[in-house]
Design a protein around this ligand. Structure first.
Ligand SMILES: Nc1ncnc2c1ncn2[C@@H]1O[C@H](COP(=O)(O)OP(=O)(O)OP(=O)(O)O)[C@@H](O)[C@H]1O
Ligand code: SF4
Ligand SMILES: [Mg+2]
Length: 391
C-alpha cells in the first residue's frame, strides 16, 4: 500500500488524472443497497504521440461485500490499468476519460470493516470516517478525500511490491505510520498490530523482521509485507494485482487462505490473476478482459467449466491447471491488437476461428449479450455475436 510519506511525494509529482469534463456523471447514483463496488463504463486513455491508446474501453462490473472477483486476461489487456483507475493511481500520461466508480462503503462495513463508525480509535484525532455515507463516485472525490479512502477503506496490493514501499523506511515505520495516519489506533497499539500483520502473512520472526528495510527482504517476503500493509486497516475492499506471482506455492496457499479469511469477514476482493487455479480456488466470479474490454462475465465454475466467449475458450485452452496432465495446450493464435488501432467490429475477430463476415468484422458486440444478462453473481454474459442468449 502506498504509505502516507510516499503519498505526499506522489502528490507533488502526480498530475490530477481525473478529467472533470468526463461525461458519464450523467448516470444516476446507486441506492444504499448497491454493491460494495460498481464500476460503470470506465474509459482510460494514454497519449502516444498523436495517438490515443484506449487501454480501458468501457469496463463495467459489480462486486458485493464478502465476495471475490477475478479479473483475467492476456498481458496488456488492461487489468492493472483498470485496478489502478479505481484508486486513481495512474501514470502521468494516463487520463480517465469517462466512467463512474461507485464505492458503497456501507455495504462492506455491515460486517467487514471493523473500524467504521466506531468510537474506539485513540489515534483518530477526531477525524470522521465519512466512508459509510452511501455510494460515492470515487472518480469525483477531491484528492484529500480520496487519500483517506486509499489505504483505509480500500487496500491495494500492487503488481510490483517495491512500488508500494518506501525503500528508505523500515517496515516498522511504514506500517505504524500507515495506521497512525489513518487514525486507526495509537502509537503503542500500532506496533503490536504491525507485528501481528506480518505474522499473519507468514513472515517468520515478525518482531525482528519489522526492523528491516524492504530492500533487505526477498521478493516473496516483500510481497507478503505489502499484503500485510494493504490489510492493516481491515479495508472494506481489497484490490490485489497478482498478489501471489512472486511467491512459492506453499506461501501462495498461505496467502490465499489468509485472503479467504479476509473475504469471510466481509471484505470484497478484486483479484487480478494469470493463474486460473487461483481464480478457481478463491474467486466467486470472473470477468475476462480482452483489449481493454470485458468480454465475458460469469460465476467462477460457469466460466472455468463452460466458457462461452471464444476468447475465454482460448484463454482456458492455453492454461495449465492441476489435474490437466495429458491435455494438449491450445494457445490462441496471433497477438492482441494495438490499442491505438483496435480492429473494427469485434476486437478479437482477427484471432477468432468462429469469426463470420460481415457482422463480426463491422459491428462491435457489447455486454450484455450472450447469456442471461445478469452478469457475475449467478448469471453470465458474453460479448460475442455467436453466443446465443439463454432463454
Ligand atoms: N505507462 C504507460 N504508458 C503507455 N501505455 C501504457 C502504460 N501502462 C499501460 N499502458 C498500456 O495499457 C495497456 C494495458 O496495460 P495493463 O498494465 O493494464 O495490462 P495488464 O492486463 O495488467 O497486463 P499484465 O498481465 O502484463 O500485467 C497496455 O497494453 C499498454 O499498452
Ligand atoms: S463476435 Fe465474432 S469474432 Fe468476436 S468472438 Fe464472437 S464469433 Fe469471434
Ligand atoms: Mg498487470
Amino acid at each position: 500500500m502506498t504509505t502516507p510519506t510516499r503519498d505526499r511525494a506522489d502528490d507533488r509529482r502526480r498530475r490530477p488524472v481525473h478529467d472533470t469534463d468526463a461525461t458519464s456523471g450523467s448516470g444516476s447514483a446507486p441506492g444504499p443497497d448497491a454493491p460494495l463496488l460498481s464500476v460503470r463504463d470506465l474509459h482510460v486513455h494514454f497519449r502516444r504521440g498523436k495517438e490515443i491508446l484506449r487501454a480501458v474501453d468501457g469496463v463495467s462490473f459489480d462486486l458485493h461485500a464478502g465476495r471475490a472477483l477475478a479479473v483475467v486476461g492476456e498481458s496488456g489487456s488492461g487489468k492493472t490499468v483498470t485496478a489502478r483507475s479505481l484508486l486513481r493511481l495512474l501514470p502521468r500520461n494516463a487520463r480517465i476519460a469517462d466512467g463512474q466508480v461507485w464505492f458503497n462503503h456501507a455495504a462492506g462495513s455491515r460486517d467487514g470493516d471493523q473500524h467504521a463508525n466506531r468510537g474506539d480509535r485513540p489515534g483518530g484525532r477526531g477525524r470522521r470516517d465519512r466512508g459509510a455515507a452511501g455510494p460515492r463516485d470515487l472518480l469525483r472525490l477531491g484528492e484529500r478525500e480520496m487519500r483517506r479512502v486509499r489505504g483505509r477503506n480500500i487496500g491495494m496490493v500492487f503488481q510490483n511490491a517495491m512500488e508500494a514501499m518506501n525503500p528508505t523506511l523500515t517496515l516498522e515505520r511504514q506500517l505504524t505510520e500507515h495506521l497512525l495516519w489513518h487514525g486507526i489506533c495509537g502509537k503503542a497499539e500500532a506496533r503490536d498490530r504491525a507485528v501481528r500483520a506480518l505474522g499473519d502473512v507468514g513472515i517468520p520472526e515478525p518482531e525482528r523482521r519489522i526492523r528491516t528495510y524492504p530492500f533487505q527482504l526477498s521478493g516473496g517476503m516483500r510481497q507478503r509485507a505489502m499484503i500485510a500493509m494493504a490489510m492493516l486497516t481491515q479495508p472494506a475492499l481489497l484490490i490485489a494485482d497478482e498478489p501471489t506471482t512472486a511467491v512459492d506455492v506453499t506461501v501462495q496457499r498461505q496467502i490465499l487462505d489468509l485472503l479467504v479469511e479476509v473475504k469471510n469477514r466481509g471484505t470484497g476482493i478484486v483479484m487480478i490473476t494469470h493463474d486460473l487455479g487461483v481464480a478457481r480456488y478463491f474467486c466467486d466470479d470472473v470477468v475476462v478482459m480482452y483489449a481493454g474490454r470485458v468480454v465475458e462475465r460469469a460465476s467462477t465454475p460457469d466460466l472455468l467449466d463452460t466458457p462461452r466467449h471464444p476468447y475465454s475458450v482460448g484463454l482456458l485452452g492455453s492454461c495449465v491447471e492441476i489435474g490437466d496432465r495429458g491435455r494438449a495446450l491450445a494457445p490462441i493464435q496471433g497477438a492482441p491488437p494495438d490499442l491505438a488501432r483496435r480492429p473494427q467490429g469485434c476486437a478479437f475477430h482477427p484471432r477468432c476461428g468462429m469469426a463470420e463476415a460481415p457482422r463480426c468484422l463491422t459491428d462491435q458486440p457489447l455486454l450484455p449479450l450472450g447469456g442471461d444478462g445478469s452478469g457475475g453473481t449467478g448469471g453470465r454474459e458474453a460479448a460475442c455475436w455467436k453466443v446465443v442468449p439463454d432463454a
